[in-house]
Design a protein around this ligand. Sequence first.
Ligand SMILES: [Zn+2]
Ligand SMILES: [Zn+2]
Length: 374
Amino acid sequence: MRSTDPDGWDSLEPFLHELYRERLMIDRRELQWSAIAAHVADSGEHQKYGFHNPVDWLRVRFQMGEGAARDRITVGRHMRRLRQTVEAVESEEVGFGHLVEMTGVADALHRAHGGDSPFDEAKLLKAARTETVGRFHFTCENYRHACNAGAFARQAERTYEERELTIRRRRDGMFTIWGRLDPITGSRLRVALANHARRRGAGDKRSFPQRLHDAVAEHLSERTENQLNVTVALETLLALKGSPAAEIAGAPLLSAATVRRLACDSTVRRIVIDPGSVVVDVGRNRRVVTPAARAAVIAREGGQCGCPGCDRPGRDVHHLKPWAEGGPTDVSNQVLLCYWHHRLVHEGGWRLVRMEGGRLQLLRPPPDFYYGAA
Ligand SMILES: [Zn+2]
Ligand SMILES: [Zn+2]
């Protein structure tokens, strides 16, 4: 729509007003739609209509994305539990998007705790009133981690199961790559390629996908250290109850177990903050692995994973006793592990111990293993 006045501001006012009014109406309609959607979804009639589950039923019947259909059913189911937030949407204090985020937490905690859910609607609503939906998503994720680090970690593990990468050779000799990467691998790849994918001057006519391709080629031909920044609270590093999740630039929040794995090795730059969000430690200090120590460990293990029976190349330096718990940082406490085994020890709850005579042994997680406390 073209404006006629020189600045173009005044003439836009009526349109902005209209946008605002329409948005309010849409948000209120979304509330009604969600309530009915939940009622229909919970009727259990989807099979009669030939659908495998209620989300598919609504998704196909009303031409919606899967996430949109699922969000609305969940909102509808929790509306009675979230009276204050529903009223805040009706009275224009927060948007429907805030309610969707809030419902995600309420649902997760209700599943984990049933009637004893620690969910505190008033506390989150206070944040919702001042935050954008995007920022509020992170507030909700942190709150979910603080309430139940175990459930948070279990969900991260379920998502991790969806990782996949396929590389297929085509008849013309080119390769097709398709994948779903875990947050760490995806972020690492992005950081690793970002520099190489930059345009080389005005004469560089390559498209972005082409530059990304060339970045992969360049990266494969040289070994660089990929630096990721992870922001983590001191309580999280020490696995204290009620601690928030960790943040990594451009990725979803990380469970406490994952961040302790990253902090174990020196391939991330950790930014540790205290409860008042004051930075107490940045980057590498004497505790993390120095290049010399890494070289020594790699030489000692012959470049292979130190786990008994594993012949994958070792990549991460693991501390048998975590340095956050006072473990020494010399090579006697360090062992080279492959990505898979390092993950198994931290996120999977297995324990790697040095037996008498120096032999390493991998011990199963105890039956009462609590995800997130490893
Ligand atoms: Zn480790
Ligand atoms: Zn291994």
